[in-house]
Design a protein. Structure first.
Length: 420
């Protein structure tokens, strides 16, 4: 993706800073809820602090402050594009979050598009799609997902009206189990059948590199608040043609190239501006880009190895607790990111979460994780697999990330082992 930047302006001098991927937090509080909202990275906080003195309009002024903010905003767009391996003609559109990004794409689909997804998706990738979408059953393995999609697209090729587009919408990593989906293989299947593919990377991008070009996917969406940036910033990245042909997601200032005297005398902009009507979230974009830059400079292999060691210890420790049952879709050794969902037999999940917070200062998530069809299915499967009839109707989720330590994991295991 290429953007045109205004000339560079003087920068504020800043002292040397600690690790940009260090995370902010409250001393004594153990945050094991990264999958819901990751803590803010120092890189994001520092980027916002640096920009605040210059805070002004974006794309709407000729003064030094506005020029500086426009430059920062467009540089953020380029940084995110580079981080995600965007192709030169892809659009990078800033949104509020993944849900907003997927709703934008749903609004931009050409008429008659069939969307194919799986029942194991987060609600953000289940609910926006038009009527007539195809929802495939939850597969029992990554290979099963590939075969199921291949069969579904073959059937659509036979039955659908010729020439109508098909979009495959899949997660990169489950927000319930952390299991990674075979995105590259699914993309190859989609390409073979002439379909496009979207990846919900909200849970994958914080844990592993994601490259649109290398994966050969058409669209990707993610949220800043799961990528160690503040709430309110997300992105939709992908092919320009559908986005430029669609009506603006938000009609208003910034999305137009011309507005005449007549009510309908409007020419809409092309490019990202078409769907970014209104004053943009400058601080959110800059914070998200700062984290992307810090992660791009980091040793991702070392970060991955460290997280996997913590994840292995957490799962091993839970497996040793007779009253704890893990939820999973695939085989126990399937690749996954640092997310574990589980239940405590005979105990209400909300009560367990409240006890962990009050007695041990450990934060985890409880509920169905905005993935109700999948979570309910996995709860039923867990009861069958464990042979227990006293599992609760909702689950708990512990999720790891930057800043998680061995002592955090041990604290959770000890707390679960000593539940009153």
């Amino acid at each position: 993706m290429t953007v045109t930047l205004v000339p560079s302006l003087p920068t504020l001098s800043t002292p040397s800073r600690p690790d940009p991927l260090g995370v902010l937090g409250v001393p004594g509080e153990i945050n094991l809820d990264h999958a819901a909202s990751a803590p803010c990275a120092r890189a994001a906080a520092d980027a916002v602090t640096d920009l605040l003195p210059w805070y002004a309009s974006v794309h709407r002024g000729a003064g030094a402050l506005s020029r500086r903010c426009t430059l920062a905003y467009e540089r953020a767009r380029q940084t995110v594009a580079d981080f995600l391996g965007a192709r030169p003609d892809d659009h990078v559109i800033f949104t509020r979050n993944t849900t907003d990004a997927l709703n934008l794409l749903a609004r931009a689909l050409p008429a008659g598009t069939t969307v194919v997804t799986f029942a194991g998706e987060h609600h953000a990738n289940l609910l926006p799609w038009p009527r007539g979408s195809v929802r495939l059953p939850v597969p029992d393995s990554p290979g099963g997902a590939v075969r199921s999609l291949d069969a579904a697209l073959a059937e659509l090729s036979r039955d659908a009206r010729p020439g109508l587009p098909v979009l495959v919408a899949v997660t990169g990593a489950s927000n319930v189990t952390g299991e990674r989906w075979p995105v590259a293989e699914l993309a190859r299947v989609a390409r073979r059948h002439g379909a496009r593919i979207l990846v919900d990377a909200a849970q994958l991008a914080p844990h592993a590199p994601v490259d649109l070009a290398a994966l050969d996917v058409d669209y990707l969406a993610l949220s800043g608040h799961k990528l160690y940036a503040p709430f309110g910033a997300g992105v939709l990245v992908g092919r320009a043609d559908w986005l430029d042909a669609a009506a603006p997601y938000l009609a208003g200032g910034g999305a137009t190239s011309h507005v005449g005297a007549g009510t309908h005398e409007v020419r809409w902009a092309t490019g990202p501006a078409r769907h970014e009507g209104g004053t943009p979230n400058l601080l959110g974009a800059v914070a998200l880009a700062a984290v992307c830059a810090a992660l791009a400079d980091a040793d991702r292999d070392a970060l991955h190895a460290r997280e996997q060691a913590l994840l292995a210890r957490l799962r091993e420790g839970m497996a040793a607790l007779p009253h704890v049952v893990e939820l999973r879709t695939f085989a126990p050794d399937a690749p996954r990111v640092g997310i574990v969902s589980f239940v405590v037999a005979g105990r209400d999940s909300a009560e367990v979460a409240a006890h962990l917070a009050a007695a041990h200062r450990i934060g985890v998530r409880d509920g169905l994780f905005c993935a109700h069809p999948l979570a309910r299915r996995l709860l039923t499967e867990a009861a069958t697999r464990s042979g227990r009839s006293d599992l609760p109707p909702t689950a708990l989720r512990a999720s790891l990330g930057l800043g998680t330590t061995e002592s955090d994991v041990e604290a959770l295991l000890t707390a679960l082992a000593t539940l009153p």
